[in-house]
Design a protein around this ligand. Structure first.
Ligand code: NAD
Ligand code: UDP
Length: 339
């Protein structure tokens, strides 16, 4: 029997790639997305890649009426909850919007899940919950902290879901702590499509290479790293998407609540990323070295051993594939889904 998965935020960057993996594993997929940071075109492309259909419902995860309608109409095996706001800088400007969207959205979703007897949840958390780690690589049992409202919203949600599990052990919750998602589907049909000036490194580099922006500002060149620029664990978005399919399988075994790092296990500096992108695209990426960005840490990479042990998941794609796929997406869709 095929199982049906509700994917909130499924039209977004990670969500759309996860829909592809789920459909390819023969799950039925229902997407709930308010399109605040995405286009329905992404889901049409998901259907093109997979040859399967996605049921799309435009709506907000905080809208109980829509949730009740959905949970009444479908019997969901699990929910993957991507829907949320994700820009760190913006979260400092409009913190209440972040707490409302991310925290209230999750509370309302969990209430409606429980009311309808659905207890399997995959939650999009982030490596940001580790704050500035005392050592590397980062293990799941490291201390947690937050330095901005976005990160705090993720931390609060993790704690809320922990309380929920303690109160009712019918819940199975995978807290997936993503490191830095990058790249795109190899078809070149789906990828990251920021609405505005990108906050993140990879979409910014891509837009410089395609000529949409003049140059990259590299935030900080005096970090205690090999070349002075920040180091992160960049994980191919398709590997990340596969991690969600593995987590769903784990939830179905009745695993309770657990956190897993989804990362590669090694880091690359901003300058290494620029050089690798230039190589893949054969385009120059002009840059200037500027001040550190407030709140950034020097280096961050995962110990992904627990995900390997429990979920039988490892990241398989390296930097070369990330860059080739990111460039294919950017060069064939210079204006994203608006083309
Ligand atoms: P994204 O913005 O591309 O996707 C989020 C989707 O959720 C969008 O389609 C948006 O329209 C939708 N959405 C937002 N608020 C909603 C609401 N209230 N109701 C319904 N839909 C709503 O972002 P992404 O990069 O795909 O990230 C997905 C999740 O992963 C987010 O929760 C994000 O915080 C988390 N995450 C992302 C990264 C990253 O670097 N991309 C890293 C760690 C964690
Ligand atoms: N970065 C940069 N210029 C940019 C965007 C990011 O130098 O325009 C650096 C940032 O300081 C960090 C790395 O690139 O060292 C990754 O940043 P990103 O915002 O993509 O992810 P984060 O790890 O902050 O969540």
């Amino acid at each position: 029997m095929t199982a049906t998965i509700l994917v909130t935020g499924g039209a977004g960057y990670i969500g759309s790639h996860t829909c592809v993996e789920l459909l390819q594993k023969d799950y039925d997929v229902i997407v709930l997305d308010n399109l605040s940071n995405s286009s329905p075109e992404a889901l049409r492309r998901v259907e093109k890649i997979t040859g399967k259909s996605v049921t799309f419902v435009e709506g907000d995860v905080r809208d109980r009426n829509i949730l009740r309608e959905l949970f009444g109409r479908y019997t969901f095996d699990s929910v993957i909850h991507f829907a949320g706001l994700k820009a760190v800088g913006e979260s400092c400007q409009i913190p209440l919007d972040y707490y409302d969207n991310n925290v209230s959205g999750t509370v309302i979703l969990a209430q409606e899940m429980a009311a309808h007897g659905v207890f399997n949840l995959v939650f999009s958390s982030s490596a940001t919950v580790y704050g500035d780690p005392a050592s590397l690589p980062i293990r799941e049992d490291f201390p947690l902290s937050a330095t901005n409202p976005y990160g705090r919203s993720k931390l609060i949600i993790e704690e809320i879901l922990g309380d929920l599990y303690k109160s009712d052990n019918r819940w199975n919750v995978a807290l997936l702590r993503y490191f830095n998602p990058a790249g795109a589907h190899k078809s070149g049909l789906i990828g990251e499509d920021p609405n505005d000036i990108p906050n993140n490194l990879m979409p910014y580099i891509s837009q410089v290479a395609i000529g949409l922006r003049e140059k990259l500002s590299i935030f900080g060149s005096d970090y205690p790293t090999e070349d002075g620029t920040g180091v992160r664990d960049y994980i191919h978005v398709v590997d990340l998407a596969k991690g969600h399919a593995c987590a769903i399988e784990k939830l179905r075994t009745g695993c309770g609540l657990k956190a897993w790092n989804l990362g590669v296990g090694n880091g690359h500096s901003v300058l290494q990323m620029v050089a690798a992108f230039e190589k893949a695209s054969e385009k120059p990426v002009p840059y200037q070295l500027v001040e550190r960005r407030p709140g950034d840490i020097a280096a961050c990479w995962a110990d992904p051993a627990l995900a390997k042990q429990d979920l039988n998941w490892v990241a398989e794609k390296g930097l070369t594939e990330i860059m080739a796929d990111a460039w294919r997406w950017q060069s064939t869709n210079p204006k994203g889904y608006r083309d």
